[in-house]
Design a protein around this ligand. Structure first.
Ligand code: SF4
Length: 307
């Protein structure tokens, strides 16, 4: 039985449950489901979704369904879920080719990716994906500090983060790295800021995007906070940490706070906007001492879910 004017199969169109905010206007295409790693202690996103590769026929059916609706207006596509570049390169090249045939006005196709997977891909495979039209990779760095990367079970070392970033840039990708403010907690914020800046400086990604750590039920760190073994960073510490991070950056990246979890918007092109960005943080730190409304606004962020 087919449903609706698009004659969808009963399973319907399948789409990734999470995407970067910058992909809010993109067509969403699910190539895999879940996260093949699923061990990061701050993350609860895919805990209830077993990892699987979707059959190519299903993916092509979804592309066809979307093409019937959005053929001409589709300018960008986001591929989910968390690490679809781990499927066979030849399969992803086929998907990218079909996407470009279906949507003649595509300017950008992006995907989440794990640094470890990028490290394992031969450079020629990365180049094939780039040539087939995958343009941007969104990668979670979280922190550049070796000890913290180990304790949050990120599954990559700082050296692997650097190798992955350089390899992807070398293959021609736009590289978008995510930093998790507050992931060092109240005790390790300085090493987090310094270690993260050091790794970012060695990669010089096109984009640095910050998020703020907000404990999520179902994650290891949420339980650790409840058990008293991890002390969450205060609002003031997170602002100071971000200041230290930016002060230590020596990159040409675009820096964006494009996420609901962040306390204040700090955005700019580095290095030219560095002073303005630091001023924004200075002002927020001063205001935090005197402004009860601001403190309440920050506190409301702490109960956000599904981040
Ligand atoms: S942060 Fe990314 S790699 Fe880690 S468990 Fe969550 S989705 Fe998987």
């Amino acid at each position: 039985m087919a449903i609706g004017r698009l004659r969808l199969k009963p399973r319907g169109y399948d789409f990734p449950p999470y995407r970067p905010p910058s992909e809010s206007s993109s067509l969403l295409l699910r190539v895999t489901r879940g996260c093949p790693w699923n061990r990061c202690t701050f993350c609860s996103l895919y805990k209830s979704i077993p990892f699987e590769r979707r059959p190519l026929e299903e993916i092509f059916e979804d592309i066809e369904a979307a093409r019937a609706l959005y053929r001409d207006e589709t300018r960008s596509v986001f591929i989910g879920d968390s690490n679809s570049i781990l499927i066979k390169t030849e399969d992803l090249v086929r998907i990218l080719t079909v996407l470009h045939q279906a949507f003649p006005n595509i300017e950008r196709i992006t995907s989440y990716a794990r640094a470890k997977t990028i490290c394992k891909k031969p450079p020629e495979d990365l180049r094939r994906l780039r040539e087939a039209g995958l343009t941007r990779l969104h990668v979670g760095l979280e922190t550049g500090d070796a000890e913290l990367l180990g304790s949050i079970h990120k599954g990559s070392t700082p050296e692997e983060m650097v190798t992955a970033g350089r390899k992807a840039k070398e293959a021609g990708f736009e590289y978008s790295l995510y930093v998790l403010l507050g992931i060092g907690g109240e005790e390790r914020w300085e090493q987090h800021a310094r270690g993260t800046a050091a790794v970012l400086n060695r990669i010089d990604p096109h984009f640095i995007r910050v998020r703020t750590f907000i404990p999520q039920p179902g994650s290891g760190l949420y339980d650790a906070i409840k058990a008293g073994t991890f002390k969450k960073a205060s609002h003031e510490t997170i602002l100071k940490e971000q200041q230290m991070l930016i002060e230590n950056l020596d990159v040409t990246s675009t820096y964006l706070s494009d996420h609901l979890s962040n306390y204040i918007p700090v955005n700019g092109k580095l290095p030219e906007d560095k002073h303005c960005m630091l001023d924004v943080l200075d002002e927020a730190l001063t205001a935090l001492h005197d402004d009860e409304t601001l403190r309440e606004r920050f506190s409301r962020k702490d109960s956000l879910r599904n981040l």
